[in-house]
Design a binder for this molecule. Sequence first.
Ligand code: ISJ
Length: 129
Amino acid sequence: MSIEDQTTIPSEQFDPHASSLNGSVDPAVLDELFAIRGSIDNFDATLVYLLAERFKATQRVGYLKARHQLPASDPNREKAQIERLRRLAIEAHLDPVFAEKFLNFIISEVIHHHQVISEEHAQEPDARA
Ligand SMILES: C=C(O[C@@H]1C=C(C(=O)O)C=C[C@H]1O)C(=O)O
């Protein structure tokens, strides 16, 4: 099943107050916790949209590579990206080890997508034939 086929979950079904702490914690503390969690929920939504846009761009790269028989991965590009991201993470007070792991996780998924696109492309009849 492709991502597009999956049914969208209406955002109203999300309970921002879902918690295992309800009933066991001072209501004032819970109020403060829920207020902070409101920001976390906004950040998470933004991350999803950012990742979706990044994957749209990398899918375009995947089709370009498949059309021109280019390899799915580009290790020198990845090295440069990881060095840059580590520097940015340090500037931003984010753990650079985490930043590197996170980028590597995303890149490996992108490379897998590129391999799938390349295999699908190889099975298609050659338009020039
Ligand atoms: C997107 C590309 O393909 C791969 C994925 C990358 C990424 O997700 O940033 C970077 C390099 C490649 O290994 C690319 O070559 O630009």
